[in-house]
Design a protein around this ligand. Structure first.
Ligand SMILES: Cc1cc2nc3c(=O)[nH]c(=O)nc-3n(C[C@H](O)[C@H](O)[C@H](O)COP(=O)(O)OP(=O)(O)OC[C@H]3O[C@@H](n4cnc5c(N)ncnc54)[C@H](O)[C@@H]3O)c2cc1C
Length: 487
């Protein structure tokens, strides 16, 4: 009996010891500064969600530093919007510019330009790091074989007449960029699960430790999760919610970018910022004439009035179109028609036949098509032709590139508001850690590319901005995640 009592005392002491040990450890687990010890093996050091430009950049950088990396892509192909993009990267003070003889452009100039065109809603630290690091990222791409060459430099942005050539083009566009990045990721041994969709982040003790998926695997655990799922340009529901000005815009985007990363991060408490803008663009209301719709030829609104400098940068043009209700018309004449390729002429003839666009012998009749007094269109065209003759555009830039509308028959091509994907998204800090509604980093969770919100304002600043952002934030996400792991 005494022996049993003695044993009980020992057991009681042991239990108290274990309990206090457990309480001590539990205290450590709740402290975000400590690495949480989890009783399971991780599948990788880093899991990257999304196989577009940002995801591939992050995966390459992490693998290059010796990390075990898994990349998830929900589609059957890699690339996302980056694949269908022109692959242009905006940068100042680059090796490519120097090879072209442009030596006086600096990151600080680009910083000022991006901050100003973001109307200071964008985040100064992101703009600062992207402008400073993008020249080195362009060299990194060139070293891997991407053909960013001086001949493909161009001007793109709000004030086209006053900007240097900073838009760095690549010979093979976005598909070449993705080919270069995916080849390098494979070379470095990144494990890629195709047709595997991330559905939910796994949280343990206030830290993101994994992701639930549908596809080749159902659950993956890692030290760090990087969200690189792109924007929400393919989700009508999210456009209606976050950017209703673009509700009726034609989406020109990749089908996989439905804002999954935004949703998953919000479900674990992430904060979002700078919602409301989209990359504004335009397209033809008649299929096969998208190229024509981009040309600087007289545009009128539904009242037959000119409303914009036709040579304006596409995102500013989109803003002007929104003010006119979305759909506007391009006015063509015989001379313009005859200058088009035979294929385009045939498409116009078919559209006229199918009553998709009018062809009339006078501007008076064309005006009646719009249900407006015909003389208004006549007056608009006369005033426009006068501006072209004088080389002065009352709405803005020089009219050198505009052409007159003079000879019948006249045509009206419907041009619709479009977008090239979303702007606005997750709030991140200098380490690209995702920030919660309460302002704290969510441990273990990083984000890069178009899923983040702080880089752009409400109107897109110029071709190449989004890819500059994904190259730098993708790199930063990998660096920060690996620094955290001590790798
Ligand atoms: C026609 C067009 C031309 C453009 N041209 C340019 C240009 O020249 N220069 C420029 O700077 N910008 C351009 N842009 C914008 C730019 O391409 C994008 O903003 C940018 O490429 C986005 O990169 P990202 O890596 O963040 O996302 P994406 O490249 O879109 O990649 C996101 C990836 O994540 C995948 N994904 C999404 N959800 C999940 C999930 N739940 N699980 C797994 N995978 C998921 C998607 O399928 C996709 O592959 C253009 C856009 C378009 C549409």
């Amino acid at each position: 009996m005494q022996e049993i009592t003695g044993n009980r005392t020992i057991w009681l002491l042991l239990t108290l010891l274990l309990l206090s040990g457990w309480l001590f450890l539990a205290g450590c687990e709740n402290n975000n500064d400590e690495i949480v010890e989890v009783d399971r093996n991780n599948d990788a050091d880093v899991v990257v969600i999304g196989g577009g430009g940002a995801g591939l950049t992050a995966a390459i950088e992490a693998a290059d530093r010796g990390a075990d990396v898994i990349l998830l892509e929900k589609m059957s192909f890699l690339g996302g919007e980056t694949l269908i993009s022109a692959g242009i990267v905006h940068g100042a003070g680059t090796s490519v510019q120097k090879e072209k003889g442009i030596t006086d452009d600096t990151w600080a100039d680009l910083y000022k330009y991006w901050r100003r065109t973001g109307i200071f809603h964008n985040n100064s630290w992101i703009i600062s790091v992207v402008t400073q690091r993008v020249p080195e990222r362009i060299d990194w791409l060139r070293e891997m074989g991407a053909q960013y060459e001086p001949d493909y430099l161009s001007v793109s942005g709000w004030d086209m007449d006053n900007l240097p050539m900073r838009a760095h083009g690549i010979a093979g566009g976005g598909s070449e960029l993705i080919e270069v990045l995916s080849n390098r990721a494979k070379e470095l041994g990144v494990t890629i699960y195709m047709e595997t969709k991330a559905t939910e982040l796994i949280e343990e003790n206030g830290r993101i430790v994994g992701v639930r998926t549908e596809g080749e695997v159902t659950e993956l655990y890692a030290e760090a999760i990087i969200i690189a799922t792109g924007g929400f340009g393919a989700s009508q529901e999210k456009i209606d919610k976050y950017a209703p000005r673009f509700t009726d815009a034609v989406p020109i985007t990749a089908s996989g970018v439905t804002g999954d990363g935004l949703r998953m991060a919000q479900e674990v408490g992430a904060k979002i910022e700078n919602m409301g803008g989209m990359i504004g663009y335009r397209t033809s209301g008649v299929s096969g004439l998208a190229g024509l719709a981009m040309r600087p030829i007289l545009y009128v609104n539904t009242e037959g009035k000119r409303f914009v400098d036709e040579t304006a940068f596409y995102a500013l043009m989109a803003e002007a179109m929104i003010k006119q209700g979305g759909t506007v018309y391009q006015i063509l004449d015989k001379k313009i028609y005859e200058g088009l390729s035979e294929d385009v002429q045939k498409t116009i003839d078919d559209a006229v036949e199918n009553e998709q666009m009018p062809r009339k012998e006078s501007l008076q009749e064309l005006g009646e098509f719009f249900d407006i007094p015909g003389h208004i269109l006549e007056e608009t065209v006369a005033e426009y032709n006068k501006s072209v003759a004088e080389g002065l555009c009352p709405l803005g830039r020089s009219a050198d590139t505009l052409v007159k509308v003079e000879e019948p028959p006249f045509f009206a091509l419907p041009v619709k508001l479009a977008h090239l994907g979303s702007m606005g998204g997750l709030v991140i800090n200098e380490k690209t850690e995702v920030i919660s509604e309460t302002g704290e980093p969510i441990p273990g969770l990083y984000a890069a590319g178009s899923v983040i919100g702080g880089f752009l304002g409400y109107v897109y600043p110029g071709s190449g901005a989004a890819i500059a952002n994904l190259l730098v934030t993708g790199t930063l996400a990998a660096e920060s995640a690996l620094d955290f792991m001590g790798k």
